[in-house]
Design a protein around this ligand. Structure first.
Ligand SMILES: Nc1ncnc2c1ncn2[C@@H]1O[C@H](COP(=O)(O)OP(=O)(O)OP(=O)(O)O)[C@@H](O)[C@H]1O
Ligand SMILES: [Mg+2]
Length: 518
């Protein structure tokens, strides 16, 4: 035993002595060249490639390091057996309610990608001297080393790193709590010069809970997914990475719920833009510049927020008296500026269109604009033109497929849990009743402790409403018929006065009635 210790001590002594000699005799340049040569020799014999991904590159944070860390956090949590020790670090980020796992210092993890095995090592070493920098650097140097077999490198390296980036983005979005921003302070800035105020966004609406036609829902979800994964597409086609949705329909059909579901689905923040708080186009532009990417910019009830005829006044010469305001009379605050195209003295439709469409809309990327309205017929055609709002989504009264989603949400019952006869009767009356999902939710919430009672009351409410609609329609049709007969009589008495007035009147009336019913 003593001999063994003596041997170890002498080997260590020789090693220390040769190191000292090496440092003392050779100048640093030669030492460096020697080490490089040694490494090259070693690499020539080794069957592996090594890639270092350091936390800080120069003075900048290395995004790839963060991505790898996040990616490994999910791998580490799901594949503890692959780790060389049982230790994991736990972290919780700012604005996050989720805990993430990470590789502890100097630990290793084996990952498999496309059937190829690679090894990650997390290396932490103390930083030797604080080099000059505008911002203090951490005391430790952190980095990951990726070990890949040389023969696998050409096949996987690039796609593996892309995959890691994609996964990291996904995790980031899932972990971070959404934020809901508002500009309700009337243009004033906060202490950090920000025009937006934010609160954590905790709306529970998801596409699962949203009651709407399943085909339309699937279409919207796939559109959103394509948008979020579409960076390469938008770059290739030279388009700004943004998308516009116009949600329209009667009150209580789920337009706001849909926006929340979109944000939860994509993991985006929401900027709820209160247009009535914005005084000028310039202010609008500043607000836009202060939004972040991966966000949904919402303008609710757009027909009530801004006088959307003002563009017509100057550009296409439509009568200014045709107000779009539901409560009559244009808001003089939004009267078009004398210099409409300059547009800096007040907020105008062209200012708004520049906001969504013009050059300024591209400062930042991956943003979705959502406008909602109860009265699509009141919107300026400029806003509806194809390419401006990419998708027009009509949120309609509750249909039978939507009703089934609401029954599941509120009563926890599937169609199999409901008696066949009740289900049939519900199906018969749902469309004719033209009740909004909000109305139906009310009935279900009130009776949610007693499913049978809830279904009974719902059926009754739908039946009463359907009957009311039918008798309203009958009465209306009788009125129209009567009017048509009178018109015909008058035409016969004085044949010179226009012949198609009655038919035209009927159509207009019918259209008007349809409009009133939404
Ligand atoms: N399609 C729907 N799916 C699920 N719940 C809905 C739906 N529509 C309405 N609701 C329920 O009704 C409430 C009101 O809906 P929401 O605010 O989304 O309607 P809206 O279309 O935005 O109405 P408004 O035009 O008045 O703004 C929601 O909190 C939700 O509970
Ligand atoms: Mg709403």
């Amino acid at each position: 035993m003593k001999e063994l210790w003596t041997t170890v001590a002498s080997v260590m002594g020789v090693w220390a002595f040769s190191q000292t000699l090496f440092i003392a005799v050779f100048p640093p340049e030669l030492r460096f060249a020697f080490i490089k040569l040694f490494q090259r020799l070693f690499n020539g014999f080794s069957s592996y490639c090594y890639y270092d991904i350091t936390e800080i590159e120069g003075v900048n944070t290395n995004e790839l390091y963060n991505a790898v860390q996040l990616y490994l956090s999910s791998s580490a949590a799901s594949s503890c057996s692959a780790i060389s020790s049982n230790r994991l670090s736990l972290t919780r980020g700012l604005n996050s309610s989720a805990i993430t796992f990470g590789l502890a210092h100097n630990d290793r993890l084996t990952d498999v990608f496309n059937g190829v095995s690679v090894v990650w090592e997390h290396i932490v070493t103390p930083r030797q001297s604080q080099t000059f920098s505008w911002r203090p650097l951490p005391e430790e140097k952190r980095g990951f080393t990726l070990r890949v077999n040389k023969r696998d490198k050409p096949y996987i390296l690039e796609s593996y790193l892309d995959f890691i980036n994609g996964k990291a983005n996904e995790i980031r979005r899932k972990n971070e709590d959404r934020l809901l921003y508002t500009n309700s302070r009337g243009g004033s800035l906060d202490s950090r010069g920000q025009p937006w105020e934010s609160v954590p966004f905790k709306h529970p609406s998801t596409f699962d809970t949203l009651a709407m036609d399943p085909v339309k829902k699937a279409e919207i979800m796939s559109d959103l997914r394509d948008f979020a994964d579409g960076q390469a597409f938008y770059t290739r086609t030279g388009r700004a990475w943004k998308r516009g949705y116009l949600l329209y329909g009667p009150p209580g059909t789920g337009k706001s719920s849909m926006i929340a579901a979109m944000a939860n689905f994509l993991g985006y923040d929401i900027y709820d833009l209160e247009l009535t708080e914005v005084q000028t186009n310039l202010e609008l532009r500043k607000l836009l510049m202060k939004t972040s990417s991966k966000s949904i910019i919402v303008i609710e009830d757009i027909d009530c927020s801004i006088n959307l005829t003002n563009r017509k006044d100057t550009n296409v010469g439509v009568d200014r008296s045709s107000s779009t305001f539901a409560d009559g009379g244009p808001d003089t605050r939004y009267a078009p500026a004398d210099n409409e195209t300059g547009g800096n003295n007040s907020i105008t439709l062209s200012g708004l269109l520049n906001f969504t469409d013009g050059l300024w809309s591209c400062c930042g990327s991956e943003r979705i604009f959502v406008f909602t309205t109860n009265h699509i017929e009141k919107l300026d055609p400029a806003l509806l033109r194809s390419g401006r709002m990419d998708m027009h989504v009509f949120m309609s009264y509750c249909s039978f497929p939507s009703l089934k989603i609401l029954l599941k949400n509120y009563l926890g019952c599937t169609p199999d849990d409901v008696e066949t006869e009740v289900l049939q009767r519900l199906e018969e009356v749902t469309d004719a009743a033209e009740m909004t999902p909000a109305d139906i939710s009310e009935v279900l919430i009130k009776n949610r402790r007693d499913n049978k009672k809830a279904l009974r009351e719902l059926l009754e409410a739908l039946r009463v409403r359907a009957e009311k609609n039918r008798s309203g329609l009958r009465r209306f049709e009788a009125d129209v018929e009567e009017m048509a007969e009178e018109e015909e009589k008058r035409t016969l008495e004085s044949p010179k006065e226009g012949g198609d007035a009655a038919g035209g009147g009927c159509c207009v009336e019918k259209e008007r009635w349809k409009g009133v019913r939404g």
